[in-house]
Design a protein around this ligand. Structure first.
Ligand SMILES: *Cc1c(COP(=O)(O)O)cnc(C)c1O
Length: 452
């Protein structure tokens, strides 16, 4: 073990030093991958020196997601305390299904979930769990809604024509999850959005009414707290009125922007969250923990037991269900994703988490301001988001992003909203400073002026 930890330390120190000079790994076309990086496996093992060399080649060839040139996805940077927590979770290697095997780590998870339920304003009947990513926590929300609508479903399978509602700009997991849950992709209604990317609540109600008239059973409304491209927030107050009126489960996909829960300044974006049935949040996005750290909390914890509990005498041998978290989880063996979040939270406090969130909005304001004041840019962004959507000098966004990638200049992606396609710069890295954001633009401009 000692030798492996030494290799780890050496590699990490070399990587961290190199990242400062070279925030991007060299671009390797996928067609050349096996020529450029030796990934072969052989019958015989190799020496630890050879292994260290192979690992160094691999690590140095890997895209760098924690540097000041990475703006490609809704995560980035490194919160060192969260990294510390995750490294400990690997060494401890508990499985989070029973108290017997995970001991106080169960408490770590429970404390986080309790705090979040309290912040929402829910009582002790609420609870939650962690699953490997927002797609999976959203799936759990849908399964609970399905079973709450008809408790026989988990025994007999789906026997009714159930329908699900989500906005046209929501994350694709709703479609996948409807298929997984036996409801079917064709029974997901994609409700149109308004000009700011929020679900059109009048259209939502019309779709529900039509489905009821046509003999369908509406069971689930998914609101999005920050859509993946534009960063738009659906109106939870209005949506909950509809959910109540038609007795439909209301879920919030806050994988991206649900972390505004921590900020007094931005919490208004999820006003009404206390009235929903379930809510997901990815700490690995705006809160900066390593992947993955996704939570779902539910107002009435009985639904977690109803949909996910199971008996297994080979597993549950001591302690109460409350401490045997396997009774409410999607998986059997389960990684300790809670510890990294707890270590971060413990070290910087709830106020520190709020600052992380607010910092990202501040960085976004700087970027948006730059884009809006500069005539070479066309701006498509909303005001209160950490996504800055723009085009530069009418260069097609796809061309621009691909060129920046292939020339190892910047990693940034593009997206579409209604008729427009644009570059989407996301400031979800609270370790960046204003100058890093301005540097993004100067790098882009200098690179494009060298072209043609
Ligand atoms: C990222 C994201 C998801 C999916 O989360 P994963 O952890 O990547 O599975 C779901 N919904 C929204 C709105 C997202 O931005």
């Amino acid at each position: 073990m000692k030798q492996s930890l030494e290799i780890f330390n050496t590699l990490v120190n070399e990587l961290l030093a190199d990242e400062v000079q070279n925030p991007l790994a060299k671009y390797i076309p996928s067609t050349d991958l096996y020529e450029q990086v030796d990934l072969t496996l052989q019958k015989e093992g190799i020496s630890s020196q050879e292994l260290e060399k192979a690992l160094k080649d691999l690590v140095f060839a890997t895209p760098r997601t924690a540097t000041k040139a990475f703006f490609n996805q809704l995560f980035g940077g490194r919160q060192d305390k969260a990294v510390l927590g995750d490294l400990l979770a690997v060494i401890l290697n508990n499985s989070m299904y029973t108290y017997k095997v995970a001991g106080p780590q169960i408490g770590v998870e429970k404390v986080i979930l309790r705090e979040i339920c309290d912040m929402i304003g829910w009582d002790e009947n609420s609870d939650g769990t962690l699953a490997p990513g927002g797609s999976m926590t959203n799936l759990m929300g849908l399964i609970m809604a399905r079973d709450a609508f008809n408790e026989q479903t988990k025994f007999d399978g789906v026997q009714q024509k159930m329908t699900v509602y989500t906005s046209a700009d929501s994350h694709y997991s709703t479609q996948k999850n409807a298929a997984f849950a036996g409801i079917g992709r064709n029974n997901v209604r994609q409700v149109q959005t308004d000009h700011e990317g929020s679900m059109d609540i009048t259209a939502l109600e019309e779709a529900i009414k039509k489905d009821i008239a046509d003999g369908f059973h509406p069971i689930f409304i998914n609101c999005t707290a920050a859509t993946t491209v534009l960063g738009a927030y659906d109106n939870l107050v209005k949506a909950s009125t509809i959910a109540k009126k038609y007795n439909i489960w209301l879920h919030v996909d806050g994988a991206y922007g649900g972390s505004v829960l921590f900020s007094e300044k931005y919490r208004h974006l999820i006003e009404g969250v206390e009235n929903v049935n379930s809510f997901t949040l990815n700490a690995h996005k705006m809160l900066g923990t390593p992947l993955s750290c996704s939570l779902i909390v539910v107002k009435n914890k009985q639904h977690l037991y109803d949909s996910f509990s199971n008996d297994a005498s080979y597993l549950y041998q001591t302690d109460h269900d409350d401490f045997n978290l396997g009774k409410t989880s999607l998986q059997c063996g389960r990684r300790n994703d809670a510890l990294k979040f707890w270590v971060l939270w413990k070290s910087i406090g709830t106020n520190g988490l709020a600052e992380l969130v607010e910092k990202q909005f501040e960085l976004a304001d700087i970027a948006r301001d730059y884009v809006r004041k500069n005539p070479d840019y066309t701006d498509y962004s909303l005001d209160d988001t950490v996504a800055i959507c723009f085009n530069y000098k009418n260069i097609p966004a796809e061309d621009l992003c691909t060129k920046l990638y292939e020339n190892s200049e910047l990693l940034v992606g593009y997206g579409s909203f209604k008729e427009d396609t644009f570059v989407r710069l996301v400031t979800v890295n609270a370790t960046n400073e204003a100058e890093d954001i301005l540097n993004f633009f100067s790098t882009l401009e200098a690179f494009m002026s060298k072209q043609t």
